[in-house]
Ligand binder design. Sequence first.
Ligand SMILES: [Zn+2]
Length: 254
Amino acid sequence: MIRYTRGTDGAEIMKEVCVICGEDANTLHIAEVAVKPDLDNRVLLIKDRNDSDQTMKKKRERLDEQTASFIAQGRMDSTDASEFRTKGELKFGMKPEALCSMSIDIITGVTRSFCYRTDNAKFLAKTFSGTTLSASFHASSEEIHTSVGKKVGIDRKGNIIRMKAEKKVDMIDKIAKEDAGDLEYKGPLATTWFRALRTAQQTYLIEGAQSIRAYVERYGILVKDMSVVARYRNRAEFVDAVNNDVARGETSLR
Ligand SMILES: [Zn+2]
């Protein structure tokens, strides 16, 4: 959705709003949404946000050009793309639904758009398949950190997004710039010795530790988000500590 407001100088400001939490997602520049009429064959120029001249496009050309990038950002899928090819129209005119955050997981190399305001009232009340996000996203069965990464938000279809190492993407340039944001390693990946392990080993240790009931009870949230590994100097110390809590019927870590 696009929301129009006025800045302190009276200038009109266009903002895209997150479809899940309703908060600002990013500010749009007129050049990003302006199109010329289908019958207009003149060459029209418009200034973009960097004050450079851009040739105005017709609506369909413009959407065709942007589809691939919207798909890469997770704001459209192939179903939306074919629907839009048929109708020549996106849900919000020139833009697909917006979400308030976009990040690259630099370990998996995947870029995702998602709502990160997971405690916001609208987020909690939003329902997918008849269940509120308050119940589904915050369910105790959804560990904070699993082998797939830390639970960081919800995509536009209600799927939980997890990341291992998050680098925020500049929402204005929408470019995965190296300096776009600080790199943040999630949960156990913030600890150097853990990050150096192979993925299969990381998965083994996360799932193993989270299955030992007494260990989970001892450290609570630290085991749920797996930041507990920061308490140990290396893998061997961690494994010893977990194994001290293994009860009958549970499997020790090796
Ligand atoms: Zn949001």
